[in-house]
Design a binder for this molecule. Structure first.
Ligand code: GCO
Length: 255
Protein backbone atom coordinates (compact mmCIF):
# COMPACT_ATOMS: atom_id res chain seq x y z
CA UNK A 1 0.00 0.00 0.00
CA UNK A 2 1.44 3.43 -1.02
CA UNK A 3 1.85 5.98 1.75
CA UNK A 4 -0.63 8.74 0.82
CA UNK A 5 2.12 11.29 1.43
CA UNK A 6 3.94 9.88 -1.61
CA UNK A 7 0.99 8.73 -3.73
CA UNK A 8 0.63 10.37 -7.15
CA UNK A 9 -2.41 8.36 -8.23
CA UNK A 10 -4.78 10.47 -10.33
CA UNK A 11 -2.16 13.09 -11.06
CA UNK A 12 -0.73 13.91 -14.51
CA UNK A 13 2.92 14.92 -14.86
CA UNK A 14 4.47 16.71 -17.82
CA UNK A 15 8.20 15.96 -17.84
CA UNK A 16 10.12 17.93 -20.45
CA UNK A 17 12.99 16.12 -22.12
CA UNK A 18 11.69 12.78 -20.85
CA UNK A 19 12.34 10.46 -23.79
CA UNK A 20 15.77 9.66 -22.30
CA UNK A 21 18.31 10.50 -19.59
CA UNK A 22 17.39 12.12 -16.30
CA UNK A 23 13.95 13.09 -17.59
CA UNK A 24 13.11 9.53 -18.58
CA UNK A 25 14.23 8.18 -15.21
CA UNK A 26 12.15 10.74 -13.32
CA UNK A 27 9.16 10.13 -15.60
CA UNK A 28 9.27 6.40 -14.88
CA UNK A 29 9.68 7.07 -11.17
CA UNK A 30 6.68 9.39 -11.08
CA UNK A 31 4.70 6.81 -13.05
CA UNK A 32 5.64 4.09 -10.57
CA UNK A 33 4.21 6.34 -7.84
CA UNK A 34 0.90 6.48 -9.71
CA UNK A 35 1.17 9.48 -12.02
CA UNK A 36 0.11 9.51 -15.65
CA UNK A 37 3.04 10.83 -17.71
CA UNK A 38 3.09 13.25 -20.62
CA UNK A 39 6.36 12.32 -22.33
CA UNK A 40 8.03 15.29 -24.01
CA UNK A 41 10.83 15.72 -26.50
CA UNK A 42 11.32 17.48 -29.81
CA UNK A 43 11.42 14.25 -31.87
CA UNK A 44 7.94 12.67 -32.21
CA UNK A 45 9.44 9.30 -33.14
CA UNK A 46 11.70 9.19 -30.10
CA UNK A 47 8.83 10.35 -27.87
CA UNK A 48 6.56 7.69 -29.35
CA UNK A 49 9.13 4.98 -28.73
CA UNK A 50 9.55 6.08 -25.13
CA UNK A 51 5.77 6.06 -24.62
CA UNK A 52 5.54 2.53 -26.00
CA UNK A 53 8.36 1.32 -23.76
CA UNK A 54 6.77 2.92 -20.70
CA UNK A 55 3.38 1.43 -21.52
CA UNK A 56 4.97 -1.99 -21.96
CA UNK A 57 6.44 -1.53 -18.48
CA UNK A 58 2.91 -1.01 -17.18
CA UNK A 59 3.06 2.77 -16.83
CA UNK A 60 0.40 5.25 -17.99
CA UNK A 61 2.12 7.42 -20.60
CA UNK A 62 1.09 9.63 -23.50
CA UNK A 63 3.10 11.61 -26.06
CA UNK A 64 3.55 15.40 -25.81
CA UNK A 65 6.13 16.16 -28.48
CA UNK A 66 7.00 19.83 -28.78
CA UNK A 67 10.07 22.07 -28.87
CA UNK A 68 10.40 23.67 -25.43
CA UNK A 69 12.18 26.66 -27.01
CA UNK A 70 9.17 27.48 -29.19
CA UNK A 71 6.63 29.61 -27.32
CA UNK A 72 4.09 28.90 -30.07
CA UNK A 73 4.52 25.13 -29.69
CA UNK A 74 4.31 25.37 -25.89
CA UNK A 75 1.12 27.46 -25.99
CA UNK A 76 -0.39 25.12 -28.58
CA UNK A 77 0.54 22.08 -26.50
CA UNK A 78 -1.26 23.44 -23.45
CA UNK A 79 -4.25 24.39 -25.62
CA UNK A 80 -4.28 20.77 -26.74
CA UNK A 81 -4.17 19.55 -23.15
CA UNK A 82 -7.12 21.85 -22.35
CA UNK A 83 -9.10 20.63 -25.36
CA UNK A 84 -8.58 16.98 -24.41
CA UNK A 85 -9.32 17.54 -20.72
CA UNK A 86 -5.75 16.82 -19.65
CA UNK A 87 -4.63 18.69 -16.52
CA UNK A 88 -0.93 19.14 -15.84
CA UNK A 89 -0.81 18.67 -12.06
CA UNK A 90 2.95 18.19 -11.93
CA UNK A 91 5.47 19.95 -14.18
CA UNK A 92 9.09 18.83 -14.30
CA UNK A 93 11.18 21.37 -16.22
CA UNK A 94 14.00 19.01 -17.12
CA UNK A 95 14.81 19.73 -20.77
CA UNK A 96 18.32 21.06 -21.19
CA UNK A 97 21.45 21.05 -23.29
CA UNK A 98 25.12 21.50 -22.55
CA UNK A 99 27.69 23.41 -24.63
CA UNK A 100 31.27 23.46 -23.38
CA UNK A 101 33.58 26.25 -24.66
CA UNK A 102 35.67 29.00 -23.05
CA UNK A 103 33.75 32.29 -23.00
CA UNK A 104 36.31 34.14 -25.12
CA UNK A 105 35.61 31.63 -27.90
CA UNK A 106 31.84 31.41 -27.32
CA UNK A 107 29.50 32.69 -30.02
CA UNK A 108 26.56 34.69 -28.75
CA UNK A 109 24.21 32.43 -30.68
CA UNK A 110 25.50 29.40 -28.75
CA UNK A 111 25.14 31.28 -25.47
CA UNK A 112 21.56 32.21 -26.37
CA UNK A 113 20.64 28.68 -27.44
CA UNK A 114 21.64 27.29 -24.03
CA UNK A 115 19.84 30.05 -22.15
CA UNK A 116 16.72 29.60 -24.26
CA UNK A 117 16.64 25.82 -23.81
CA UNK A 118 17.70 25.54 -20.17
CA UNK A 119 16.11 28.64 -18.60
CA UNK A 120 13.63 30.57 -20.73
CA UNK A 121 11.72 27.38 -21.58
CA UNK A 122 11.20 26.72 -17.86
CA UNK A 123 9.67 30.18 -17.49
CA UNK A 124 7.38 29.84 -20.53
CA UNK A 125 6.20 26.32 -19.71
CA UNK A 126 5.96 27.22 -16.03
CA UNK A 127 3.79 30.23 -16.86
CA UNK A 128 1.43 28.16 -19.02
CA UNK A 129 1.18 25.43 -16.40
CA UNK A 130 0.73 27.89 -13.53
CA UNK A 131 -2.16 29.71 -15.22
CA UNK A 132 -4.07 26.43 -15.04
CA UNK A 133 -2.75 25.32 -11.64
CA UNK A 134 -3.84 28.65 -10.11
CA UNK A 135 -7.35 28.11 -11.46
CA UNK A 136 -7.42 24.68 -9.80
CA UNK A 137 -5.77 25.84 -6.57
CA UNK A 138 -2.96 23.30 -6.63
CA UNK A 139 0.11 22.25 -8.58
CA UNK A 140 3.70 21.04 -8.31
CA UNK A 141 6.58 22.50 -10.28
CA UNK A 142 9.99 20.84 -10.17
CA UNK A 143 12.77 22.69 -11.98
CA UNK A 144 15.97 20.78 -12.68
CA UNK A 145 18.98 22.81 -11.65
CA UNK A 146 22.55 21.66 -11.20
CA UNK A 147 25.62 21.99 -9.01
CA UNK A 148 26.19 24.91 -11.33
CA UNK A 149 23.11 26.56 -9.83
CA UNK A 150 25.52 27.53 -7.06
CA UNK A 151 29.10 26.85 -8.20
CA UNK A 152 30.80 27.71 -11.49
CA UNK A 153 33.00 25.46 -13.56
CA UNK A 154 35.19 26.83 -16.37
CA UNK A 155 33.99 26.35 -19.98
CA UNK A 156 30.29 25.91 -19.17
CA UNK A 157 29.26 29.55 -18.63
CA UNK A 158 25.89 29.59 -20.41
CA UNK A 159 24.85 26.35 -18.67
CA UNK A 160 26.00 27.75 -15.33
CA UNK A 161 24.14 31.02 -15.82
CA UNK A 162 21.00 29.19 -16.95
CA UNK A 163 21.10 26.81 -13.98
CA UNK A 164 21.77 29.70 -11.59
CA UNK A 165 18.72 31.31 -13.13
CA UNK A 166 16.73 28.11 -12.58
CA UNK A 167 17.44 28.37 -8.85
CA UNK A 168 16.22 31.97 -8.72
CA UNK A 169 13.28 31.30 -11.09
CA UNK A 170 12.21 28.60 -8.64
CA UNK A 171 12.27 31.15 -5.84
CA UNK A 172 10.38 33.66 -8.00
CA UNK A 173 7.72 31.05 -8.74
CA UNK A 174 7.38 30.38 -5.00
CA UNK A 175 7.07 34.12 -4.33
CA UNK A 176 4.18 34.53 -6.77
CA UNK A 177 2.42 31.17 -6.81
CA UNK A 178 2.67 29.63 -3.32
CA UNK A 179 -0.47 31.44 -2.19
CA UNK A 180 -2.32 29.67 -4.99
CA UNK A 181 -1.48 26.21 -3.72
CA UNK A 182 1.49 25.69 -6.01
CA UNK A 183 4.78 24.33 -4.67
CA UNK A 184 7.75 25.21 -6.86
CA UNK A 185 11.05 23.58 -5.96
CA UNK A 186 14.22 22.45 -7.72
CA UNK A 187 16.51 19.45 -7.85
CA UNK A 188 20.25 19.99 -8.30
CA UNK A 189 21.73 16.80 -9.76
CA UNK A 190 25.43 16.21 -9.27
CA UNK A 191 27.65 14.54 -11.84
CA UNK A 192 25.32 11.90 -13.26
CA UNK A 193 25.92 9.05 -15.71
CA UNK A 194 24.08 10.52 -18.71
CA UNK A 195 24.63 10.88 -22.45
CA UNK A 196 25.20 14.63 -21.91
CA UNK A 197 28.18 13.78 -19.70
CA UNK A 198 29.60 10.92 -21.77
CA UNK A 199 32.61 12.96 -22.93
CA UNK A 200 33.43 13.70 -19.28
CA UNK A 201 32.90 10.10 -18.18
CA UNK A 202 35.23 8.91 -20.92
CA UNK A 203 37.90 11.42 -19.88
CA UNK A 204 40.11 9.64 -17.31
CA UNK A 205 41.27 12.89 -15.69
CA UNK A 206 37.72 14.27 -15.36
CA UNK A 207 36.40 10.90 -14.17
CA UNK A 208 39.10 10.84 -11.48
CA UNK A 209 38.29 14.43 -10.50
CA UNK A 210 34.59 13.67 -10.05
CA UNK A 211 35.34 10.58 -7.97
CA UNK A 212 37.87 12.44 -5.79
CA UNK A 213 35.75 15.61 -5.45
CA UNK A 214 32.56 13.74 -4.53
CA UNK A 215 32.31 12.47 -0.92
CA UNK A 216 30.44 9.41 -2.24
CA UNK A 217 33.45 8.79 -4.55
CA UNK A 218 31.30 7.98 -7.58
CA UNK A 219 29.08 9.39 -10.32
CA UNK A 220 25.34 9.41 -9.68
CA UNK A 221 22.82 7.30 -11.58
CA UNK A 222 19.71 8.88 -13.16
CA UNK A 223 17.44 6.63 -11.08
CA UNK A 224 18.90 8.23 -7.93
CA UNK A 225 16.87 11.36 -8.67
CA UNK A 226 13.56 9.49 -8.49
CA UNK A 227 13.04 9.65 -4.73
CA UNK A 228 13.49 13.42 -4.61
CA UNK A 229 11.30 13.91 -7.66
CA UNK A 230 8.47 11.84 -6.16
CA UNK A 231 8.86 13.69 -2.84
CA UNK A 232 8.62 17.11 -4.50
CA UNK A 233 5.68 15.96 -6.67
CA UNK A 234 3.75 14.49 -3.74
CA UNK A 235 1.68 15.77 -0.79
CA UNK A 236 4.72 15.15 1.45
CA UNK A 237 6.19 18.44 0.19
CA UNK A 238 3.06 20.59 0.41
CA UNK A 239 4.71 23.07 2.80
CA UNK A 240 8.06 23.21 0.98
CA UNK A 241 8.55 26.05 -1.53
CA UNK A 242 11.41 27.72 -3.33
CA UNK A 243 13.98 25.14 -2.29
CA UNK A 244 16.68 23.35 -4.25
CA UNK A 245 17.66 19.86 -3.14
CA UNK A 246 21.08 18.72 -4.33
CA UNK A 247 21.31 15.03 -5.25
CA UNK A 248 25.06 15.06 -5.71
CA UNK A 249 26.75 12.53 -3.42
CA UNK A 250 27.67 15.42 -1.13
CA UNK A 251 29.77 17.31 -3.66
CA UNK A 252 28.34 20.77 -3.04
CA UNK A 253 28.70 20.41 0.73
CA UNK A 254 32.47 19.97 0.89
CA UNK A 255 35.67 21.71 -0.28
C1 GCO B 1 29.79 19.80 -16.87
C2 GCO B 1 28.63 18.89 -16.60
C3 GCO B 1 27.80 19.47 -15.44
C4 GCO B 1 26.92 18.38 -14.90
C5 GCO B 1 25.90 18.83 -13.88
C6 GCO B 1 26.53 19.12 -12.57
O1 GCO B 1 30.16 19.98 -18.04
O2 GCO B 1 30.35 20.28 -15.87
O3 GCO B 1 27.82 18.72 -17.74
O4 GCO B 1 27.13 20.58 -15.91
O5 GCO B 1 26.19 17.80 -15.94
O6 GCO B 1 25.17 19.90 -14.36
O7 GCO B 1 25.49 19.42 -11.65
Amino acid sequence: MTNPLFDLTGRTALVTGSSRGLGRAMAEGLAAAGASILVNGTDPARVGAAVQEMRQAGFEANPAAFDVTSEEQVVNAFAGFDASGVTVDILVNNAGIQFRKPMVELATADWQRVIDTNLTSAFVIGREAAKRMIARGHGKIINIGSLTSALARATVAPYTVAKGGIKMLTQAMAAEWAEHGIQANAIGPGYMLTDMNQALIDNPAFDAWVKNRTPSKRWGRPDELIGTAVFLAAPASNYINGQIIYVDGGMISVL
